[in-house]
Design a protein around this ligand. Structure first.
Ligand code: TXE
Length: 491
């Protein structure tokens, strides 16, 4: 592994990344001929003069042919044993690992990831391959088979990790897969699928359908498909859910969506630890994580001190080109996201009790940066919609208001993660039981679930289905084939 604290290792990796940069012309990777639209240029969100490559999106009319090819491949794939599927996935892991510099370069230049985040991105993808390979081989019953053809729709914020996790889980369980990555991050998905094909996954078993939401919609609306694995916005998950619910054959849906996640800090918490954990949870990845911290609840008697400390630490954060080693925070994904976040900031400036925003570099050019921002709110209701960026909202509470506050957070129905910072066991236990969140973290940051160690996922508006990277995921994507009844002797 790479020692992140070793600057020389990082510099070497950076040099390897730069050497791996080449323009990519991504196109759908299919088992059938399909019409595409004219390729569009993909540009680096930190530097719009840097052309990363181009991507050709599908015409929606191509979708039925792609689905027919996946259906035709089901029987052949079902004949491949779980052990053989696992072997292919392990080869995928090895190939992703060998191509780490190239994939990191794409994560940085296409998605605006910092170097550390880009390393984590590739590692998580590799972990998903190995974890689901092991799960398929060792935990699926012998008479288990895939449910058929799965559509895997993924977002841009973890353009390799979530993409790979969804795809390899469905493959490991024995399904044929049509993968539809986010339109913003087609290039890294294209390289990942090329490597998966190289690892032996047949081209008709895994197809890459590049395109925007219209392609995703057409794929999920086909009655031929047997399930959808989705990560993205709550709105789109709801649309897909409505589409699938109309069918009488009960297709599978696993959805992982947004989060309006909170951390509760009482007056016994270790301030320095809280500060470090808040910074990572709220601002790392420019806050573009569904697990990111949006609402920090601080007990009133320590609030001034806590907020001042966080403001001071924020000033040390360096927002800049993520290809630089010293950068903590890169751009947000695109100009549309930047404009949305800016409008939220403008609105909050009018109603917040106080605000703090750090300065952007002077040579920011056309980069889509959003400066990390802290708002102190008077009322939690001032925060209406999900904010997907480096913006933290702080609210103060008195001890006797704690339960009301938790109820208010719960009533949003929208928590993937939750955090508690306290040195009183009873308080930790009380909050842990009362707060409704997919994953609750105690005295640490609330981001960065580990495949196979901390299965990840929420409920309510945050998602439905088993947790990713956990023991029940493949079961949902498979079913038991004909049971052979035990021999009975009747007399
Ligand atoms: O998500 P979309 P977007 C949240 C976050 C963000 C917001 C919008 O709040 O600001 O969603 O981001 C495909 N049928 N998260 O617009 O639109 C789309 O092409 C089928 C949270 O990127 O949901 C892409 O591949 N598919 C989140 C995928 O859905 C459709 C990660 C996600 O896009 C479709 C990203 C349709 N009708 C955004 N419309 C997280 N959980 O981390 C679009 N798509």
């Amino acid at each position: 592994g790479i020692d992140l604290s070793n600057e020389i290792a990082l510099q070497q990796l950076q040099a390897d990344m730069n050497a791996a940069v080449r323009p990519l012309q991504a196109e759908p990777l299919l088992a059938v001929a399909a019409d595409t639209q004219a390729p569009h240029e993909v540009r680096n969100p930190a530097d719009h003069n840097d052309v990363v490559g181009s991507a050709a999106f599908l015409q929606v009319a191509a979708v039925p042919g792609i689905i027919a090819a996946a259906k035709a491949a089901e029987a052949g794939w079902a004949a491949v044993s779980a052990a053989e599927r696992a072997e292919m996935l392990r080869r995928c892991a090895d190939l992703l690992e060998t191509h780490m510099p190239e994939l990191m370069a794409l994560a940085v230049r296409e998605a605006g990831k910092t170097l550390n985040n880009a390393i984590a991105e590739v590692r998580e993808a590799v972990d998903f391959c190995r974890y689901y390979a092991d799960e398929a081989e060792h935990t699926l019953p012998e008479n288990s088979q895939g449910v058929g053809t799965i559509v895997a729709i993924s977002p841009w914020n973890f353009p390799l990790a979530i993409f790979t996790g969804e795809v390899v889980a469905a493959l490991a369980a024995g399904n044929t897969v049509i993968a539809k990555p986010a339109e913003q991050t087609s290039l890294i998905a294209y390289r990942a699928v090329q490597l998966m094909h190289e690892a032996g996954i047949p081209r008709n078993v895994l197809q890459l359908a590049l395109g925007a939401g219209d392609v995703g919609a057409a794929l999920t609306q086909s009655e031929q498909i047997n399930g959808v694995v989705f990560t993205g916005s709550t709105e789109v998950a709801r649309l897909i859910n409505q589409t699938l619910a109309k069918r009488s054959d009960n297709p599978v849906l696993i959805a992982e969506t947004g989060g309006q996640n909170a951390m509760i800090v009482d007056s016994t918490a270790l301030a320095e630890q809280v500060c470090a954990d808040v910074l990572v949870s709220a601002f790392d990845s420019a806050g573009q994580r569904c697990s990111a911290l949006r609402i920090l609840c601080v007990q009133e008697d320590v609030a001034d001190r806590m907020v001042n400390m966080i403001r001071g630490a924020m000033n040390e954060l360096r927002v800049d080109n993520p290809a630089e080693l010293k950068t903590d925070i890169g751009p947000v994904i695109d100009a549309e996201a930047q404009a949305n976040l800016q409008s939220h900031i403008d609105r909050m400036k009018g109603i917040a009790r106080s605000s703090h925003q750090i300065r952007l570099p002077e040579n920011a050019g056309n980069a889509t940066f959003i400066a990390p921002t802290l708002f102190e709110l008077n009322n939690l209701n001032d925060l209406q919609r999900e904010v997907f960026g480096p913006i933290l909202h702080v609210i103060r509470y008195r001890a006797e208001e704690l339960d009301d506050l938790i109820d208010q957070i719960n009533s949003k129905g929208y928590a993937l993660t939750g955090g508690i910072h306290s040195r009183i066991d009873g308080t930790v236990e009380h909050i842990r039981r009362r707060i409704e969140a997919g994953n609750v973290y105690v005295n640490r940051n609330i981001v960065g679930a580990v495949v196979g160690v901390q299965p990840f996922g929420g409920h309510g508006l945050s998602g439905t289905g088993p947790k990713a990277g956990g023991p029940f995921y493949l079961q949902r994507l498979s079913r038991l084939a004909t049971w052979r009844a035990p021999q009975t002797t009747c007399s």
